[in-house]
Ligand binder design. Structure first.
Ligand SMILES: NC(=O)C1=CN([C@@H]2O[C@H](COP(=O)(O)OP(=O)(O)OC[C@H]3O[C@@H](n4cnc5c(N)ncnc54)[C@H](OP(=O)(O)O)[C@@H]3O)[C@@H](O)[C@H]2O)C=CC1
Ligand SMILES: O=C(O)CCC(=O)C(=O)O
Length: 410
């Protein structure tokens, strides 16, 4: 809300629209029972927050993590509204999840948890209402279970018209070729735009990545393709470092047989967790959770660029320190918008019964992000402000325009 208020002041946002955007439209909290493998019943807490739908159906991921609660879902839903608006997509913002550690459950328990959660959400989601997608600890398999459960509540004649209730599905179930890499690809597309703007050659530039899941791995993959060198990675299991470079593909193979963890990878040495952000490098890519860079560690960062793959990785105090040091920050709502943009093309291909090829998808994502990057930089120049505020201003102006054209009530 601090970020929103600052941008709202900057563009002198209409007072009524400011009130509307300061509140969420709805906050759904469900408690649903699931039978465990041993026959006992557990009751889970799930959330879906729908912030605003002035531009189109609510859109945003579902997270399965012990830290998910209504506040997390609210912050993430609000960011989705700005992100979709900035990328020029016909969506509003929503986000949600279930408060669980998925590692504590078997695959069949996770399937039942996902299906009961979907059932509990009922008509609050739908292809033209609110369209979930993958986020932390959720994946194409989970999306397929959601699509199947949601569609099975419809009459047989309309079942197939409901599968795009979620994006990020497996390819065989209407998923988009390239949605798996869309967010990491978009992070690197934004870094390329930054490099072009600043006249920086990315060849041999060093980078570090926090989080080596979907976003962290694919960002590393595309950075490596450009000739940049990955030198440190941190995930929940620990921190690894090799100044001569870490092979992102080998690490990915290792992680996939090591319970998702980078810890123990032989091609690098282990570091203390609190040394991660101190690593001497050119670019930092946070791709894990929120509030990782704060007033406690912002001063330790030596890079000239932070590309926010994660949502909200830098808190407002940490950001002030970084901006004062002259560090460039590509804000989350721009930098990680490749994911929701890929989701948009999946939704569109489902609606149109089409099947895009991967080169077309990546081209379309890069084009949208390059436009969003230019608009952000222009807006920051116009309002003499930082890039995050510039990006918010673009998003808020678009939403303000729609309210002013249509009247206050969507
Ligand atoms: N998936 C998408 O399309 C999009 C994701 N995002 C954002 O990107 C971020 C990552 O999402 P995604 O890659 O999908 O999620 P994944 O679940 O695929 O990966 C999450 C990664 O974060 C690591 N992690 C978790 N907790 C910590 C911690 N305390 N310290 C360091 N690392 C940690 C995990 O480590 P471990 O495996 O050891 O638990 C894992 O490597 C999130 O902020 C998400 O909201 C943004 C836009 C789209
Ligand atoms: O793909 C989507 O719809 C949303 C992705 C997401 O949750 C995000 O951008 O944070």
């Amino acid at each position: 809300m601090k970020q929103f208020n600052h941008a709202a002041d900057t563009i002198k946002l209409d007072a009524g629209i400011r009130k509307i955007l300061s509140a969420t439209n709805s906050e759904i909290s469900v408690h649903f029972p699931v039978k465990m493998d041993d026959g006992t019943i557990e009751v889970f807490n799930g959330y879906r927050v729908q912030h605003n739908n002035a531009l189109g159906p609510y859109k945003g991921g579902l997270r399965f993590h012990p830290a998910v609660d209504i506040d997390t879902a609210r912050a993430l839903a609000i960011w989705m509204t700005w992100k979709s608006a900035l990328a020029g997509l016909p969506y509003g913002g929503g986000k949600g999840g279930v408060s669980i550690d998925p590692q504590a459950y078997s695959k069949s328990e996770l399937e039942r948890i996902t299906r009961r959660f979907t059932y509990a959400l009922g008509e609050n989601i739908g292809p033209d209402v609110d369209i979930p997608a993958p986020d932390v600890n959720t994946n194409p398999q989970i999306m397929a279970w959601i699509a199947d459960t949601f569609a099975s509540t419809k009459s047989p004649s309309t079942r197939m018209l409901n599968l795009h209730v979620v994006t990020g599905k497996p390819i065989g179930s209407g998923g988009l070729k390239g949605r798996d890499r869309a967010t990491g690809f978009g992070v690197v597309a934004s870094i390329k735009s930054w490099a072009k703007l600043k006249g920086v050659d990315l060849l041999n530039k060093t980078f570090i990545v926090q989080g080596f899941g979907n976003v962290g791995y694919w960002a590393s993959h595309f950075m490596t393709e450009l000739g940049a060198k990955l030198i440190a990675v941190q995930d929940a299991s620990g921190t690894i470092y090799n100044e001569s470079g870490i092979d992102s593909e080998q690490l990915h193979d290792y992680v996939s047989i090591n319970n998702g963890d980078v810890y123990g990878y032989e091609g690098a040495k282990q570091l203390e967790n609190n040394s991660f952000f101190k690593v001497e490098c050119d670019i930092v890519i946070p791709a894990a959770l929120s509030n990782q860079i704060t007033s406690e560690n912002a001063d330790e960062i030596k890079a000239s660029l932070i590309a926010e793959g994660a949502n909200g990785p830098i808190d407002t105090e940490g950001e002030k320190i970084l901006l004062a040091k002259g560090v460039d920050i590509i804000p989350d709502i721009l930098c990680n918008a490749g994911g929701v943009t890929g989701s948009y093309y999946e939704w569109l291909q489902n609606k149109r019964s089409e099947n895009y090829n991967i080169d077309t998808v990546l081209e379309m994502i890069e084009e949208k992000l390059s436009v969003a990057f230019s608009k952000t930089v222009e807006s920051a120049r116009k309002y003499k402000t930082d890039w995050r505020t510039g990006a918010y201003c673009v998003a808020l102006e678009r939403i303000q325009q729609t309210y002013q054209e249509r009247g206050v009530f969507p």
